[in-house]
Write a protein that binds this ligand. Structure first.
Ligand SMILES: O=C(O)c1ccccc1N[C@@H]1O[C@H](COP(=O)(O)O)[C@@H](O)[C@H]1O
Length: 185
């Protein structure tokens, strides 16, 4: 079985990006939804994507394609909350997807960056895609979620922050260690 995919979302600075790379995260997300407290402007996002330089996968995250359009060509994957025709799509929802055809990832997310955890519904197990669980995950609950639901990956934002957009190195470290510490076979 491949390693658990672990993504940290809402990266806002070069220091946070460096932490994600050094700690062994698979991917980072840059928020482009206008209402997000972790919104990075296009210029900053471009600088961070350039700094990532192939060392970690990059995601541009928005509710719609319009939010991420200026970064679409620069990132590895676009994460949206509605379907769009893009080369690499991560579709996020809290309801069963109508279709998973052509998706690179499907994210279960009912939180939208609020840090709210809800019990993960049983139907999530049946989604025929690379399943990534998100929403209210933290260093102290991620291991149980991984052990119980056996996802392909997990995604975190609020759970490794001291304030919206302010990631904490020790929390990021604790999260990836807890997530990857679960034995999978
Ligand atoms: O982070 C945001 O501000 C955000 C805004 C709108 C949609 C999604 C957003 N973030 C994504 O939400 C999940 C879970 O976040 P959390 O761990 O509960 O804070 C994650 O995939 C973020 O990418």
């Amino acid at each position: 079985m491949t390693d658990l995919f672990v993504k940290v979302c809402g990266i806002t600075t070069a220091e946070q990006l460096r932490w994600a790379i050094d700690l062994g995260y698979d991917a980072v997300g840059f928020m482009r939804a206008p209402e997000s407290k972790r919104l990075v402007d296009v210029e900053t996002a471009r600088e961070l994507i350039a700094a990532a330089d192939g060392q970690i996968q990059t995601f541009a995250v928005g509710l719609t394609l319009e939010h991420v359009a200026p970064l679409q060509e620069a990132v590895d994957t676009v994460q949206l909350y509605e379907y769009a025709e893009v080369p690499s799509l991560a579709l996020a929802s809290a309801t069963p997807p109508v279709s998973t055809a052509g998706l690179d990832y499907w994210f279960f997310d009912a939180s939208h960056g609020t840090g709210t955890f809800i019990e993960i519904p049983a139907w999530v197990q049946e989604v025929d895609a690379r399943r990534i669980l998100a929403g209210g995950l933290r260093p102290d609950n991620v291991a149980e979620v991984v052990a119980t639901h056996r996802p392909d990956g997990v995604d975190v934002s609020s759970g490794v922050e001291t304030a919206p957009g302010v990631k904490d190195y020790e929390l990021m470290k604790a999260f990836i260690e807890a997530a990857r510490g679960v034995k999978r076979d």
